[in-house]
Design a protein around this ligand. Structure first.
Ligand code: ADP
Ligand code: MG
Length: 582
């Protein structure tokens, strides 16, 4: 039985384990570590997850969805054909796929899954993540904050250190301040922005393409929008290896173009950078440290590949800005080490990871100035080190009052109604004079982000308690069991050959994005592929692989002609004929 860790990302997800004293990243069926967090259904209703589904964002947008982690904890459903799914249901499909990959790779049943979440995920988002695990049929005891996982991975052997971790992914930014001494990795403060990531750069580029080419973005179809966003993302990524990029594509049979440099992108992104600054400031302030105590800034997440992001951080922090080992894998690597700690592997057994509570937990208190607006009194301030226990007393406010309503909220606002309500208890107290009946409220917040609230009536000794695991917030056990059965009935598409199926989707996507001339060129190929799908590729594995290599290289060339439609005439047509025999 194995324990695995899953970095369930907005854009990409990775699965890891801990073996022979080290973290191992587990490849998917394409032999890659990153599995795109994209989910779709095929025309027969079978599930698709990963890079094949990603191609279908363009060719079958009504059956495919991505970026659902951004809606985690909300009721926002994605429509896939006739079915609709909650974010945690979509996430459960990604988890199921990764668990399958892990089972195959480790050749062992999976006993438990540890999932990483952005530090800034609130109770609802965490609960939804746990539900996703449950719906994937996995036991999830523990969620680990992504920056905490990154911190374990970046701890350098035997060195005391204080550093800032800047985790900038596709949809979220997390900033954390970390202290390392002896075997302890201490998270001092975290702050972040749940809706700020690489995608924001894609959007500003997208807007600029529309403006420069006089495209009315409201008149774009979903597919055209996806195509432009993909072009924008591609240009942003290419810019990291080049001085300038010429964006070129076809929309509504018209060529659209734009010239992009770091400077233009920086100019377009003023607002994004202003937003990046806020959590950095907040984390430093909350840590109680000076900016000068921080020795380095560690880059994590795909968006840290951007030169303008790195330059911005260097100027702002005035410390060395370094990629964490491998920006795309750091969280997963830390998660793997965490799995090792959990397995009590001798290599990492003595390592201690502290964690903190990313938001304040409050209880409501009477507001004499305005009885209709209850105040939120902070019991456990944000960034407290876990576990934490706090006790406060409250008293009755009216003559003969027999009930006190104890509420639990999460958030930083002064008034209770502006924070998220997690639960409440109604406590009966004996009739007495105003302010003569007292209750003691204790909050105990443990390392798994489970809050136990205990209330004791001082005069009678009666005790009441409430356990908020976040789990039961929205769905009752019965509904969850029902959802589990429904989802488990949905099967993944089975493949004769994964790679062939992927290349076929890719060919269709290139067709969809090409202009009329390129489409004519691709059509014959796609028909031939469909025939081949029915008959199967003839020959042994080696011959099949050789054909697929050749085919992939051909598609790469076709992909390049998307950016530059004038050069496609130079290519001869590709055929899966005898000519590929040696
Ligand atoms: P998440 O943790 O949200 O799943 P990742 O850490 O995988 O996200 O980062 C994905 C983001 O990184 C995407 O917005 C992607 O465009 C961006 N990205 C990946 N590689 C590069 C690159 N070379 N240059 C610029 N941005 C990149
Ligand atoms: Mg990430």
């Amino acid at each position: 039985m194995a324990i695995i860790g899953i970095d369930l990302g907005t854009t990409n997800s990775i699965v890891t384990a801990f073996q022979n004293g080290a973290c191992v990243l587990i490849p998917n069926q394409h032999g890659e570590y990153l599995t795109p967090s994209v989910v779709g259904l095929d025309e027969r209703g079978a599930l698709l997850v990963g890079k094949l589904a990603k191609e279908r964002l363009i060719t079958a947008p009504h059956l495919t969805t991505a970026l659902f982690k951004r809606n985690m904890g909300t009721k926002t459903k994605a429509q896939l054909g006739t079915k609709s799914f909650l974010p945690e249901e979509l996430s459960s499909f990604v988890l199921r796929q990764l668990i399958e990959d892990a089972k195959r790779f480790l050749d062992a049943p999976i006993e438990e899954v540890v999932i990483s979440v952005p530090a800034y995920f609130d109770a609802k988002q965490r609960a939804a993540t746990k539900r996703a695990g449950f719906l994937a049929g996995a036991k999830v005891e523990r969620l680990v904050n992504e920056p905490s996982a990154a911190a374990i991975a970046c701890k350098q052997e035997g060195e005391d250190d204080t550093f800032l971790i800047f985790d900038f992914g596709g949809g979220t930014l997390d900033v954390s301040i970390v202290e390392v001494f002896d075997n302890v990795v201490n998270i001092c403060a975290i702050a972040g922005d749940n809706r700020l990531g690489g995608r924001e750069f894609d959007h500003v580029i997208f807007e600029a393409i529309c403006a420069e080419n006089q495209i009315d973005r409201n008149a774009l179809s979903r597919q055209e929008r996806e195509t432009l966003l993909r072009l924008a993302e591609q240009a942003k990524t290419e810019l990291q290896n080049r001085q300038e990029v010429q964006i070129k594509g076809t929309i509504q049979n018209r060529t659209v173009e734009m010239h992009l440099t770091d400077e233009t992108l920086a100019n377009l992104s003023g607002e994004i950078f202003a937003r990046i600054k806020r959590p950095i400031q907040a984390a430093i302030n909350d840590s109680g440290l000076q900016a000068s105590d921080i020795s380095r800034c560690i880059l994590v997440g795909g968006s840290c590949h951007m030169k303008i992001v790195q330059e911005f951080l260097s100027l702002l922090l005035r410390v060395p800005v370094q990629p964490g080992k491998d920006m795309d894998h750091v969280v997963a690597e830390g998660l793997g080490i965490f799995v090792g700690i959990k397995q009590r592997d001798s290599e990492v057994r003595d390592m201690v990871l502290t964690d903190i509570c990313p938001f304040s937990l409050n209880t409501g208190v009477y507001n004499a100035a305005n009885p209709n607006k209850t105040l939120a009194q902070t019991m456990i301030p944000r960034n407290s080190i876990l576990p934490r226990r706090v006790t406060e007393s409250l008293c009755t406010v009216d003559l003969g009052q027999t009930e006190i309503n104890v509420t639990v909220t999460q958030g930083e606002q002064m008034y209770e109604e502006e924070n998220t309500l997690l639960g409440s208890l109604t406590i009966r107290v004996p009739k007495n004079m105003k302010e003569h009946e007292h209750i003691e409220i204790t909050f105990y917040y443990d390392i798994n982000a489970i809050l136990v609230v205990n209330v004791r009536v001082v005069s009678t000794g009666a005790e009441h308690s409430l356990v908020l695991t976040g789990d039961g917030l929205e769905l009752s056990g019965k509904e969850l069991e029902h959802a589990l059965r429904e989802l488990q009935n949905m099967k993944f598409r089975s493949f004769h050959n994964q790679r062939f199926a992927f290349l076929q989707e890719r060919a269709k996507r290139i067709y969809a994005e090409g202009n009329t001339a390129l489409q004519a060129h691709m059509l014959q190929l796609i028909i031939e592929l469909e025939q081949l799908e029915r008959t199967g590729i003839i020959g042994g594995i080696r011959k099949q692989n050789a054909i697929l290599d050749e085919f992939e290289a051909y598609l790469e060339q076709m992909e390049a002609t998307l950016d530059n439609p004038d050069i496609f005439q130079d290519f001869s047509e590709f055929t899966f004929g005898e000519d590929s025999d040696d």
